[in-house]
Design a binder for this molecule. Structure first.
Ligand SMILES: [Zn+2]
Ligand SMILES: [Zn+2]
Length: 70
């Protein structure tokens, strides 16, 4: 299953070199978030579709993994 994850600018550039991220502007509801890929603070509003294995800091992936174990 592929999810859309919050991502910081640094990680986005790692995944998509040379491509500008599509960013939801703060006035459209973007708020600072935690990057699902490195666990550091993101300015928010940048999202990236990726396999959950790549999003090691994603709280949703962690919840899903716990669900599988339970
Ligand atoms: Zn995520
Ligand atoms: Zn990051």
């Amino acid at each position: 299953m592929i999810w859309t994850h919050a991502i910081c600018r640094k990680c986005y550039e790692k995944h998509e070199p040379g491509r500008a991220p599509v960013r939801v502007p703060p006035e459209a509801g973007a708020a600072p978030e935690t990057c699902c890929f490195c666990g550091s603070d993101s300015e928010g509003g940048i999202y990236y579709r990726a396999h959950p294995d790549l999003a090691r800091f994603c709280p949703e992936v962690a919840a899903e993994a716990r669900g599988k174990l339970a």
